[in-house]
Design a protein. Sequence first.
Length: 447
Amino acid sequence: MVEIRFSAVNLNGQTITGNLNAPSFKEGKTRISKIVEKKKLKLKKVEKKSTFIYKIRKGNEKPVKGEQKAFSKEEVEKALTKLGYNVVSVNKYLFEYTAKPPAQDILSFVKISSELLEQKLPYSEIMTLLVNDLENKTLRETLKQINNDLKKGADSQKVFLQYENIFGKFTAYMLGLASKSGNMAEIYRATAKFLERRNQFRKDLRSALITPFITLFVLFLAVLFYVAYIFPATAKLFQKFDIDLPPMTAFTLDMSDFLIANPVLISLFVIIPPILFWRFAATQKGRLFVDKHLLKMPVIGSLVHKTLIEVFCRVFYTLYSGAAESIEPIRIAAEATGNKYFEQQIKNIAIPLMLKKGVGLTESFEASGVFTETAISRFHSAEETGTIKNTAKQLANYYESETVFRMKNIIELVQVFIAMVIMIVMILLTLVSAETATISPKNPMMR
């Protein structure tokens, strides 16, 4: 998020200033233009809060360097002078880029905070400890700013949501909500559990899908190089002497000739489809398509589906406080899954049924089409007995146990499959090479 300050003049000639936060400077300027147009103001200046590097000294002491966020160089100089420092220099960062902290660092922050909150340590002290000990600069500076804002009495939810690009939308929402809730430690513990499961699932998914895909792609390139360049160097020697080639050798040589004759076509076939798919998946429509069909993939689709239900139930359990206030927890839980199709079905089908037609929780979930029969059956029983909150927790724990066990089995099966593919490819290459070695000329004088 970018903090922007603007100043404008109204019809009476009075100067008006305002601040807002936006995902980017460009979007912020667009919002300011709409405000100015609506209020009939004349815009004078738009400034973005940036990072400045300063060098200061006090008396004859050695100069000290530091960083400060501000809207202008003059603002930094004025603040430092008021503190009694002699300002040596103040310079703005030429290329300011805020890299998102690793997911593991954010998990560590939430987990440590949860443990310290359970030990009844004041939240301000926890933030101070973490600001001093964290190694990641971006996360450290973010927590420092959040701590300062909270000390000034700012609304915790608004403060954390300003940094959703750092924490992620769901995590920022939960941490902001925790500061306003009566059970801060429980929400932090639930958020840590959610982040831990999400990170582990992504790691396992990489092991099950992405790593094997890369392995097969590299193997494909290696075989392509062998067939196109290494093999012909030997096989074409026999053609010079008009020697009949065995079937496997002849076929491989024909493949080599085709690859060498059509390098552009082969390159387009290998490179263009993945790029097009990646670009399509980056769009809103493409993301929805990918997330929908991911749930229908053989073997892995069922696993992903149940993991989404686990995440939904875990978040829903944390936020649910009663049937009268179930809509917001359902909406947030759907967003927390990270699957656009799952989220769309909940928001566009389940929630409208509950709000407009007064349909019950179980019927709404069933109509969305994204819950398993087991989950629907358990929610139906829970709705009748009034134990929805506990049932959500039980479902989350059940699906966690099942998906962890099945994921381990899938990873092992994938590793065996990759090993078999590599073995088959190596055997075929060996057979072709061995067949080539048995070729002998027709004329004994050519031996």
